[in-house]
Design a protein around this ligand. Sequence first.
Ligand code: PMP
Length: 357
Amino acid sequence: MRTINFYSGPSLLPNEVREQLALGVIDYEGKGFSIAEISHRSQTFLSILEELTHLVKTLLQIEQTHEVVFVQGGGRQLFAQIPMNFLNTTETAGFIDTGYWAHKAMQYASYYGNTICLATSKNEGYNHIPTVDKEKTKGLKYVGITSNNTVFGTQYKTLPKVFCPLVVDMSSDIFSITRNWNEIDLAFACAQKNVGVAGMSVVIIKKEFLATQQKNLVPVFSFQNLIEKKSNDYTPPVLSIYSALLTMRWLKNLGGITAIEQYNAQKAQLLYTAIEESTLFLSLIEKKEDRSVMNVCFYGANNKIEQDFLQFCEHHHIMGIKGHQEALGFRASLYNAQTLDNVLALTHAMNTFEEKY
Ligand code: PMP
């Protein structure tokens, strides 16, 4: 029996991706070898990388404007690698602090250059997306934001307007929502939510912005170098890359980002409505437009209710809904691979629990 999985990352894979990945590890397309057993310089693997890069560009409709590269490591690594590539000690990057990850990204950037916090919702428990005076972004090397706050459950539905390049951590909502890529100079996402198996990140860089990269970087950290080498300089994380290809094929077959966006909205609507109609559970994100479609964070009316509901979920094979240690409460992650059936199972559990309570 499959459990009902709401983990925030690593998280659920689409069923067919999970199955094809398993097959590929045992015997890749019936060729008599595992995808994990062949050289990253072999034609088979080169074709995987090429198709993956092409699919990412076409799904996002950025064929002409942006470069796409896959790098070893996760989100935190990019918090360092981006300023390493684009910030020096005479320059300043601005950050909008929407919570845990945005804050960490700013801290990491301060190792390479100057940083400034343009706005924060910290004093209100990160319960909304703070607004920023566009004038304050003049002269900055870039502004860094987190499009979806995985920990507190807020999300930019439209990106903020700035007078400088915009760098977006899309770790927890890439490929789930239509974005205006003209406004995005660099975006990155660790794989383990909407892309595939943990171990790498996808980085998307506008060509004009790439031209402003620092000189004399160690090649393994230089985006320019990794793009020239077509994401195949050091040995790439082959399983993570193969899983990403399977996910992108799956997404394309579903109808791409506009199709998954509608499905995601349906799942989130169902869960937020259940929270609103409940007397035991509540959401702290008051502005509906700020509520995340990917990570629904909610709380029990008191500690006892939270403990009892966690036990109730465990009993009903619902896993991974405990909130992040900074936010506490509950968090149900509704990434692209999450199913409406699973969300229905959760709302049903909430209703049953409430009736019994
Ligand atoms: N950014 C965001 C928005 C995240 O949700 C996460 C991880 N959950 C990270 C960065 C960090 O990713 P990693 O654990 O791969 O360093």
